[in-house]
Structures are given as structure tokens and as C-alpha cells.
Ligand binder design. Structure first.
Ligand SMILES: [Zn+2]
Length: 282
């Protein structure tokens, strides 16, 4: 993936090295690690009931440095985020960018105390994407995802997709629907939301080069890297990797086949309206 010539966003908040912050309420870390594999990619505390309890207490509200990080890994997030914003500014009327926070170990968020073990997540309350960059290593070394830059960009674009869902009202609609649904039915709505975010990531990929004059662009092999990653983080694959039985009623993000399908679908169409598909099947 080409990205180094892309425009910097300049609004990334870097909390790395600030320490874990204080956990009000404490404890629960072991439990968090146990459910880790189920919440990778797109914890949405509002719509994933089983995940809401993972945010323990509020944590200290730390303040990092805002700008474009100087290191490559941090700058990558800043540049890719800016590009994702440029795509959505064209694709969605009234689009406003989310905030992006880099942290390690744990940090206070508008949704409670967030921890690296949760994987990347979006908090709708403060409209912020939280990323612990050590997740990239976990993703490629422990989950069998690709280590290509595009695989990371897919994850970032997926989280921005949850921001789009908050702006469009889709997240709130799902949250309201879930209040009157049982767990299994409610999970199907969570899955639809996740697949739509995957589709939105595909829409970003399709338009990345166009909005950046080719400075942020996919290269041969990138789509495959994205699909390998989508496959690795499908619920059935994660459940198998954990040595467990595959239980579709517990899916919250979608199967490997579904995640690949919707990432590809967004990429092929380049049009966000095609990403309502997962909700039409409900
Ligand atoms: Zn997600």
C-alpha cells in the first residue's frame, strides 16, 4: 500500500508512554483477556451488550500530544485517518471526522476505561477511535491476519465506519432495537453493524487513490491481504482458534465468509449505499 506521500491529518492524540491511567473500580483484567478474541475489531460498547461490562470505571482522563506523530507507525494512522476522512467528506453529507487516540496498555475513554486487550475500538460517546498499535502484531502473529499495511488500514477504516454509523444514526437504531430483542436476535443486529463497517472499509479502499491524487493507494496484493485479515477475524475462525465450538448464535461480528464478502462488496461498488445490505437480511 502506498501512503507516505498522503496528507497528514494532524489531529491524532498520542497518549503512548503515558502509562495505564488509573482504573476506578479496578480488577477484571483476567476476564478481559479471556474474552479478548471475541471483541477484536470494533468493540462498540453501545451495541455489544457483552462488551459494555468490559469498560470498568472511568479511568483517568489523560491528555496526550495532538498532532501528527513523528514515528512511522503513528504517522501511518494519522495519514490513513486523513484519507478515510477525505473519502467520507465526499461520500456523506455533513460528515465530521472522529477523534483518534493512540495509547498503550489502557486509557480513560468516554465509554469508560479502555484496555489494549480489547483491540481497536470506537467510542460513540466521545466519537473517538482508540488504537493500541501493539494490536497489529497480535493480529498478524496470533490471529493469522496479514501483516501488510493495508490490513492495518482496513482495521482503521472499519473503526471509522462505526463513526459513520453513529453520524447516520444506524448505531442508535440498532441499540434501540436491541432493547426489545433477546440475546441471539440482538447479536444478529450487532453482526449487521459490523458487516456494514467492513463494507464501509471497502468503500474507503475503493476511493482512497481518487481523493489523494494517488498518494494513498492500494498496490497489488492488498485486496488479498485485506481479505485474509477479514477471514482471520471472523467469529467462527476466532472461535475455532480458541479451541471452542462454533456457535453462530454468539457471533457478534460475522463469520469469515460474511466479513470477506462485505469488505469486497464495498470495494467493488465504492458506494456506501450498497452497505445497507447486511440490514436487509435481518
Ligand atoms: Zn467493528
Amino acid at each position: 500500500m502506498r501512503w507516505k506521500g498522503g496528507r497528514s491529518g494532524g489531529g491524532t492524540e498520542d497518549r503512548r508512554g503515558l502509562g495505564a491511567g488509573a482504573v476506578a473500580g479496578g480488577g477484571g483484567i483476567v476476564g478481559i483477556i479471556a474474552v479478548l478474541a471475541y471483541v477484536f475489531l470494533g468493540v462498540d460498547p453501545n451495541t455489544t451488550q457483552s462488551v459494555a461490562g468490559l469498560f470498568i470505571g472511568q479511568g483517568a482522563q489523560e491528555r496526550g500530544t495532538i498532532g501528527t506523530p513523528a514515528d512511522d507507525a503513528g504517522r501511518f494512522v494519522d495519514v490513513v485517518g486523513a484519507n478515510v476522512n477525505d473519502v467520507w467528506a465526499q461520500a456523506m453529507r455533513g460528515y465530521t471526522p472522529p477523534k483518534v487516540v493512540l495509547y498503550d496498555t489502557g486509557t480513560g475513554t468516554g465509554c469508560g476505561y479502555g484496555q489494549a486487550a480489547m483491540g481497536p475500538f470506537y467510542c460513540p460517546t466521545d466519537q473517538t477511535v482508540y488504537l493500541d498499535l501493539s494490536f497489529w502484531q497480535t493480529m498478524s502473529e496470533q490471529l493469522g491476519a496479514s501483516d501488510a499495511d493495508f490490513a492495518k488500514a482496513y482495521v482503521i477504516a472499519h473503526e471509522f465506519g462505526h463513526h459513520v454509523q453513529t453520524l447516520s444514526g444506524a448505531s442508535q437504531k440498532v441499540q434501540r432495537a436491541q432493547q426489545s430483542l433477546g440475546k441471539e436476535e440482538g447479536n444478529r443486529y450487532s453482526v449487521a453493524l459490523e458487516l456494514q463497517a467492513d463494507c464501509y472499509a471497502g468503500v474507503w479502499a475503493a476511493n482512497a487513490a481518487k481523493v489523494s491524487g494517488g498518494n494513498v493507494a492500494m498496490e497489488p496484493g492488498d485486496l488479498e491481504a485485506g481479505l485474509t485479515t477479514a477471514k482471520a477475524i471472523g467469529d467462527d475462525t476466532l472461535q475455532k482458534r480458541q479451541g471452542g465450538r462454533v456457535t453462530p448464535e454468539n457471533f457478534t461480528h460475522g463469520s469469515s465468509v460474511e466479513r470477506m464478502r462485505w469488505l469486497k462488496s464495498g470495494y467493488t461498488s465504492g458506494d456506501p449505499t450498497t452497505c445497507d445490505g447486511p440490514f436487509q437480511d435481518l
